[in-house]
Design a binder for this molecule. Structure first.
Ligand SMILES: N[C@@H](CCC(=O)N[C@@H](CS)C(=O)NCC(=O)O)C(=O)O
Length: 214
């Protein structure tokens, strides 16, 4: 199986960490969005990363890929059995991918990616996202995190934890204070714990090294 995409992408990292948590072997081809590689474009018709090739099967989108892999490798399960807990995990993954991600991306893109790809950064947009868009979204994550530091849904690590951790990591790379002066202690602890998790540690260290180079 080949996963296409650069690990600075939180969506690519989500699949990589999921595979590491499950013990699924996966090879990665590090390419950026829009790459012309024909196998990548077969898997991702709109050029987004990540994309997966598994033999003659090609698929885009982190949630679709994880759904495929979870069906193919059901054990150890990352899918809560109880209807409410399963649905809560789906919601939190969806929240990460569609609400947290775009808010964080405005800052991350303008700080790091725009200079890398020769685009003029829109720092006014980044500052506005930092000051106005992100805080209530991060506050929401704080309210959802359990007091005991356990996983978000169903008493087990699910893709919701991984999806949120990956988006939060990119936000933290931008130097945003997750703790917000003591207001979000659970979020700060969640982030620190995920950065040290064996499935994530090397990826996060690699990301930090790349971003430090500029
Ligand atoms: N819903 C998709 C989002 C993937 C996505 O937006 N990836 C970004 C990189 S972080 C991308 O490829 N952007 C290029 C584009 O939107 O054209 C997923 O979960 O995989």
């Amino acid at each position: 199986m080949i996963l296409y995409g650069a690990s600075l992408s939180p969506f690519v990292r989500k699949v990589l960490i999921y595979c590491a948590e499950k013990g699924i072997a996966i090879e990665r081809k590090s390419i950026g969005p829009g790459d012309a590689d024909p196998d990548f474009r077969r898997a991702s018709p709109f050029g987004k990363i990540p994309a997966l090739i598994d033999g003659d099967f090609a698929l885009a989108d982190s949630s679709a890929i994880v759904t495929y892999l979870e069906a193919k490798h059901p054990e150890p399960s990352m899918t809560p059995a109880a209807p409410r807990e399963r649905a809560q995990a789906v919601w939190l993954e969806e929240f990460a991918d569609t609400i947290l991600a775009p808010a964080g991306l405005v800052v991350f893109f303008n700080m790091f990616i725009a200079p890398m790809v020769g685009v003029t950064p829109d720092m006014a947009a980044a500052d506005k996202a930092r000051r106005e868009t992100l805080p209530p979204i991060l506050d929401y994550v704080e309210t959802e995190l359990p007091e005991d530091g356990g996983p978000l849904a169903g008493g087990m690590v699910t893709v919701a934890d991984i999806a949120i951790a990956c988006q939060i990591a990119n936000i933290a790379y931008c130097g945003i204070d997750l703790d917000d002066g003591g207001r979000r202690p659970k979020l700060a602890r969640f982030h620190a714990a995920w950065c040290e998790r064996p499935s994530a540690r090397e990826l996060v260290a690699g990301n930090r090294a790349v971003l430090a180079q500029g």
